[in-house]
Design a protein around this ligand. Structure first.
Ligand code: NOJ
Length: 483
């Protein structure tokens, strides 16, 4: 048994598109995922979409009942930008969108659950995508305007703001690949344009909070970065270098401009993309530059480090052949291949179970990001279903154990922990087939019956006792709790 640190806050998370449904209710306009799922259903492994998802827009009070049942300190959820601002721009606020989120926040507070709001969890209004989306530098203005609306409407009651969730997944998978909306497949270009614009948009929204709202609202505002760990497969100098390059491309690209003392993109990324771009005949690096003013504008613009973590990857340079790629490619820019080694697999590779990786990632943040307060905004395990989810409980146990090592032995300043997810939901390109919920959702039932898994009961006990029990054989007895 290990005692959790005093004051460590425990919560759960979801995101709007993954749970709400009501995709075209009232004046809500389509987002980029509505478009992708409707026009290219083959992009989703089981052909599903989130038109209805968990119907949380309709059944949100049942979600709150579950939160109460588990006893969480806070709930991290996201606002659907096109539900609140149907034009994408801040010229029109939807009455219905406003009422929905307003009631939701009030209901959480009435139940003593702190609202933690993510402003952007991947569901860009389609009309802004038509104007270039995150590849258009003007998005810093559009996002800033949206953020100001949120602070004005809800900031009297909401004290924790996450601006943007996982920039890498937005830029790499959405613009560099086809795995996520808007599926542009502009590898070697899209990742970098969006990286700069996302960082600038985040900084804009932070400055707006800082200058116009902080004094009266007294909350905090920060970004959430996917911080899965990357390192060399072996200790050979080549592999070590490959690992260091990989973490700078995959994490540093977003954290360095905001959290480092120097600011701007990481040196390793600047060098590698610059050299490869020159080889390929580009007059300038494919990685955009920050001007000196922009570097200063962005530095220090996060009150905390929002930390999402699921697994780790191991890199090697051996299969890499320099200069063989005439067309640009993000993988070629990193110049290394990865493996998950032989660690225990989950239902999707990105939850391969490597508990000690979370400790390494936390200390990486401490050492490379000026020892910020760390809010673990996501951690969780995906399965193919089942109520007796021993593997999920074991994952949570082992990862939490490693987090406690990072806190107690490495001095990482971890303030909160968030389990992903409260309920099964639409897992992006895996559709409804992969289950991350503490509660199972019956997607064949019109009323979307929700049933507590063993992990919900386990997490409930962790929250009430604040003691981590490391015995993997100890699974809570599955008493039926239906919501
Ligand atoms: C991170 C994302 O923020 C979330 O939306 C997703 O469902 C989880 N990873 C699990 O893959």
């Amino acid at each position: 048994m290990r005692k959790l640190p005093q004051g460590l806050k425990l919560g759960v998370a979801t995101a709007a598109y993954q749970i709400e449904g009501a995709w075209n209710f009232a004046d809500k306009t389509p987002n980029i995922w509505d478009t992708l799922c409707h026009n290219n259903p083959e992009s989703i492994s089981d052909g599903t979409n989130a038109d209805d998802a968990c119907k949380s827009f309709e059944f949100y009070k049942r979600d709150i009942d579950m939160l109460k049942f588990v006893g969480v300190d806070f709930y991290r959820f996201s606002i659907s930008w096109p539900r609140l601002l149907p034009n994408g721009f801040a010229n029109k606020i939807s009455e219905i969108g406003y009422e929905y989120y307003n009631n939701f926040i009030n209901e959480l507070l009435a139940n003593n659950i702190e609202p933690v709001i993510t402003m952007y969890h991947w569901d860009l209004p389609q009309n802004l995508q038509d104007l270039g989306g995150w590849a258009n530098p003007l998005i810093a203005d559009w996002f800033g305007d949206y953020a100001r609306v949120l602070y004005k409407l809800f900031g009297d009651r909401v004290k924790m703001w996450v601006t943007i969730n996982e920039p890498k997944q937005i830029g790499l998978m959405g613009y560099g690949m086809t795995r996520m909306a808007p599926a542009l497949n502009a590898t070697g270009i899209g990742e970098y344009l969006t990286a700069k614009n996302i960082v600038m948009a985040h900084a804009r929204s932070w400055h707006i909070y800082n200058e116009e709202f902080r004094d009266t609202q007294k909350g905090v505002c920060g970004i959430t970065i996917a911080t899965d760990f990357r390192e060399g497969v072996t200790d050979s100098p080549e592999d070590l270098e490959a690992g260091l390059d990989a973490i700078e491309f995959e994490v540093g690209l977003y954290s360095h401009p905001i959290f480092s003392s120097k600011g701007g993109f990481p040196e390793r990324v600047i060098k590698r993309v610059g050299a490869r771009s020159a080889e390929q005949g580009y007059p300038n690096s494919r990685l955009p530059e920050f001007t000196p003013e922009e570097i200063e504008y962005v530095k220090g613009t996060s009150d905390f480090y929002g930390f999402n973590h699921y697994s780790s990857k191991f890199y090697t340079r051996s299969a890499y052949k320099p200069g063989t790629y005439a067309i640009p490619s993000y993988d070629d820019d990193i110049g290394a291949d990865f493996t998950y080694l032989d660690y225990e697999k989950g239902a999707v590779p990105h939850v391969t179970v490597i508990p000690h990786g979370i400790r390494k990632a936390l200390t990486w943040v401490k050492d490379n990001c000026n020892n910020p307060p760390i809010f673990i905004t996501e951690n969780g395990f995906g399965t193919f279903g089942g109520l007796k989810d021993a593997t999920r409980i074991s994952y949570y146990r082992r990862y939490l154990d490693s987090i406690l090592d990072a806190i107690e032995q490495d001095g990482c300043n971890v303030v909160s922990y968030t389990a992903w997810s409260l309920i099964d939901n639409f897992e992006w390109s895996s559709g409804l087939s992969i289950k991350f919920g503490l509660f199972e959702v019956d997607f064949d039932d019109e009323n979307r019956k929700r049933t507590a898994r063993a992990s919900a009961l386990w997490y409930k006990k962790l929250i009430s006792t604040r003691m981590l029990d490391s015995n993997d054989d100890d699974i809570p007895e599955l008493v039926e709790h239906i919501f």
